[in-house]
Design a protein around this ligand. Structure first.
Ligand code: SPD
Length: 287
């Protein structure tokens, strides 16, 4: 069921389990698509932002925390990076970061909600940057879960899932069958990456996601960072590969080509972010 953003007294808030996460600002657009409620705001501190079903997705001056962390550990470590699949990611931020890698020849982005793309292009143009017109980029508006299920084996070098929380259209992006297809469609030496929720505000989903990926791929590790407007501000991304934890070792040449243009990600940051596993999560994962 669609949830609206909570707006009152000049604040736009996401409410999550008795805590609210808000920005001061104004609502620019509030529309119901076939899938969800889409809200675009203009905030004082972080510029324009996007909420889906009342949950923060991104904002112009905060998005790099999220997109750089999701993309570069995978794109810097997969054996090859010619063919990339992004599932979700309708604001364009993930595709933009992928396309900074010159080795990418083709990127399929499969986003279920065409209205998210349309509104992001119009109101959050800096998110996608030049991705929409990049000749390597192909957008399909459709179901990413069905796309993965219908793809031939070994179709992609990297598969990235940039969905929202596991409710509504994103629910199926967190289950075993979907992850098994993601593994199947990766080429040898391929890397899978997904946002894996907050170790604090979504602790159980986080743990279940990491465990499932470890089981399906054989190797999977969470990386921890911050997205201040998300519940608890403490976020995670999980990387998986069938042939070993290659995602922990960025290839120096690829890393050097993108690091200078990053705000958060660097090989050094990434090493610390994998190591920053909270003790309670490490205990639970090794139990
Ligand atoms: N709770 C928010 C999870 C959002 C993950 N996706 C964000 C989309 C940014 N491209």
């Amino acid at each position: 069921m669609s949830k609206a953003a909570r707006v009152s007294g000049g604040w736009i808030d996401e409410h999550h389990e008795g805590v609210r996460y808000g920005l001061a600002g104004v609502v620019l657009v509030d529309e119901q698509s076939d899938f969800q409620r889409i809200t675009v705001v203009d905030s004082e501190r972080y510029g324009r932002g996007l909420l889906l079903d009342g949950c923060w997705m991104t904002a112009e001056r905060q998005e790099r925390h999220y997109h750089e962390a999701l993309v570069h550990p995978a794109l810097c470590s997969a054996k090859a990076i010619e063919r990339i699949l992004v599932i979700g990611g309708g604001d364009g931020g993930t595709a933009r970061e992928c396309l900074r890698h010159r080795g990418v020849r083709h990127l399929d982005m499969v986003e279920i909600d065409g209205l998210v793309v349309e509104l992001s292009k119009k109101h959050l143009a800096s998110l996608g940057g030049g991705c929409w017109d990049d000749p390597r980029f192909l957008l399909t508006v459709g179901d990413g879960i069905a796309w993965a299920a219908n793809c031939a084996d070994a179709s992609y070098d990297v598969v990235i899932v940039d969905g929202s929380d596991p409710a509504g259209p994103a629910e199926g992006l967190f289950n075993r069958r979907f992850f098994e297809h993601c593994r199947r469609i990766l080429r040898p030496g391929g890397v899978f990456a997904t946002q894996s929720e907050s170790p604090e505000a979504f602790r159980q989903v986080h743990l279940d996601t990491v465990r499932l990926l470890q089981d399906v791929f054989g190797h999977a590790d969470p990386l921890y960072g911050w997205v201040p407007m998300y519940p608890s501000g403490w976020w995670s991304w999980t990387f998986a590969a069938a042939d070993g934890p290659r995602y922990q070792s960025p290839l120096p040449e690829r890393a050097a080509a993108v690091a200078a243009g990053c705000q958060i990600w660097s090989p050094r940051w990434q090493t610390g972010a994998f190591e920053a596993i909270p003790a309670f999560i490490e205990r639970e994962l090794s139990a």
